[in-house]
Ligand binder design. Structure first.
Ligand code: SAM
Length: 239
């Protein structure tokens, strides 16, 4: 499998992704604001508006990291299980939740590819900027399908490639030249941010990813692009 430009074993990829997020965990939130000019907040708002979590619903926020999506859903009254493979990211998230006095959250370290939850436990499954870091994406999608109840909904927020004229070129420049530099200056970690850029480039295009979601068993799959396609919200239903 690919890790950035390198070809590595699946175990090695999972290990290196772990290193990336352990390395950036403490600076993760400030880096998101810096690199997206604060726009990731709007994309996340838009995403949660699509999910429409209702009071009392149980949502699994997979690859939930430091809690940005989970917090938005908990504020709407959902019971959210925040899961992530990385204990350092979860630790930052738990601290933030405590500071904000948020309720309705539980935290669990899990690999998206092999969840320990029983079948049909959740009303909705969300994964934001997480799936492209997963080594075996089809396995993660099958697990998402398994843990959702019938009538449950799947939502994924992920980067894509924009089709606005001229945007792709500017974005490529920004991603190649600027993001690793910001990573170096602020998080003292150029390589991690180089990996993040490369992982966006390698992620399947919306039509291909939609097909993968269907292959995992989801029905009525579809997607909506935001910001000219730079960001994409995929959804599907378990029927
Ligand atoms: N969802 C959060 C957000 O939108 O701010 C965090 C996104 S962060 C870019 C990606 C997260 O995916 C990291 O916290 C990382 O640890 C997690 N991750 C990577 N591989 C994973 C896996 N196999 N299972 C669960 N989480 C994983």
């Amino acid at each position: 499998v690919n890790f950035g430009d390198a070809v590595v074993s699946p175990e090695e990829k999972t290990r290196r992704v772990g290193q990336v997020f352990s390395s950036v965990a403490r600076r993760y939130d400030v880096m998101n604001d810096l690199m997206s000019g604060g726009m990731h907040r709007l994309w996340k708002d838009r995403f949660v508006n699509r999910v429409k979590p209702r009071t009392g619903e149980h949502v699994l926020d997979m690859a939930g990291g430091t809690g940005d999506i989970a917090f938005r859903m908990a504020k709407r009254g959902a019971q959210v299980t925040v899961s992530d493979i990385n204990a350092d990211m979860l630790a930052v998230g738990m601290e933030r939740a405590r500071e904000r006095g948020l309720e309705g959250l539980s935290w669990k370290q899990e690999n998206a590819e092999s969840l320990s939850f029983g079948d049909a436990q959740f009303d909705a499954y969300t994964i934001a900027f997480g799936i492209r870091n997963v080594t075996d994406i089809p396995a993660a999608l099958r697990q998402a399908h398994r843990v959702l109840r019938h009538g449950g909904r799947f939502f994924c927020l992920e980067f894509s490639t924009s089709d606005w004229p001229g945007f792709a070129e500017i974005y490529e420049l920004y991603a190649d030249k600027m993001i690793p530099r910001i990573g170096k200056a602020v998080a003292r970690d150029e390589d991690s941010y180089r990996y993040l850029v490369e992982s966006i480039r390698r992620f399947p295009k919306p039509e291909a990813f939609k097909r993968m979601i269907g292959e995992a068993g989801f029905a009525q799959t579809g997607y909506e692009t935001i910001f000219g396609g730079l960001v994409c919200i995929h959804s599907g239903w378990k029927i």
